[in-house]
Design a protein. Structure first.
Length: 274
């Protein structure tokens, strides 16, 4: 049976193997263990560079200018979030037990591992799978990071329907998905839009209601979105991109070629790796 992430974290700790993954406890707990670094939300961002790091729920004690920086740095690493009291109690008890007293059995602790995901893979997920993922991510992440976008079940359901039925991704839903894919909850809409354009290789445009099966979105008016239907000029764009790569011009890096040809970053990477 495959070990879960929490079991691996504890096993690494007992074997003096450094854990890069951060653990967050949704309560303010005192943990006394020599090889564990425990801290609440802190303005001392150097702590985030340490291993075997546990963040405990605490009032925000740092200035607003460090607020975004704290979360940006934290989300550079995977995070195991333990949010309910019973699971926290079990984890703390396990952590503080003597190694010789521990029973070799599966750890029965509810938790959720949060890490960055591939934006385009989210777009290809089954509707129910994507809904369940977003609901769970929001439920756990909100205990740790209070600056998440609002969870709106109707908004998510409607946008996924339009994506699946029409291959049209609304700009607002693209922004929402990007933030959960890359755990970037501090960038503004403009910067997120630029990144999405790089990933998809297309610009957002005004979508007329007649293009969608639900004419009520949004409020019966045209909306900004990305048309993900097959690009009839894809092969031509690839040929142009390959010719630009063959020039061996240092100024023509991956991002620049993707911008010029309006190809997705992934497609340009494939051409670079040929």
């Amino acid at each position: 049976m495959q070990q879960n992430e929490l079991e691996i974290w504890l096993e690494n700790l007992n074997n003096d193997v450094k854990n890069e993954t951060i653990i967050f406890l949704n309560e303010n707990r005192y943990i006394s263990k020599s090889n564990v670094n425990t801290m609440g939300y802190s303005e001392n961002l150097e702590y985030l560079k340490k291993c075997n790091y546990i963040i405990v729920k605490d009032k925000f004690q740092f200035e607003s200018k460090n607020f975004n920086k704290f979360f940006n740095l934290t989300f550079q690493k995977p995070i195991i979030i333990i949010k309910d009291k019973e699971s926290i109690d079990k984890f703390v008890k396990l952590l503080q037990e003597d190694e010789n007293d521990k029973k070799q059995e599966k750890i029965d602790i509810k938790y959720h591992l949060v890490n960055k995901k591939d934006f385009q893979e989210l777009l290809h997920m089954d509707k129910n799978e994507l809904i369940n993922l977003l609901e769970k991510e929001h439920s756990y992440l909100y205990t740790f990071c209070p600056i998440l976008p609002m969870y709106d079940e109707k908004f998510i359901d409607l946008n996924i329907d339009i994506l699946k039925k029409n291959k049209i991704l609304s700009a607002s839903f693209a922004n929402y998905l990007y933030k959960f894919a890359y755990l970037d909850f501090t960038s503004n809409t403009t910067n997120v839009g630029k990144q999405i354009r790089k990933i998809l290789g297309i610009k957002s445009k005004t979508i007329n209601n007649s293009r969608t099966t639900d004419i009520t979105f949004p409020q019966g008016k045209p909306f900004k979105g990305y048309d993900l239907n097959t690009d009839k000029y894809l092969e031509i764009k690839k040929i142009i991109a390959q010719k630009l790569i063959n020039l061996n011009d240092k100024k023509l890096d991956l991002d620049k070629i993707a911008e010029i040809t309006e190809l997705p970053i992934k497609e340009v990477k494939k051409l670079f790796n040929r």
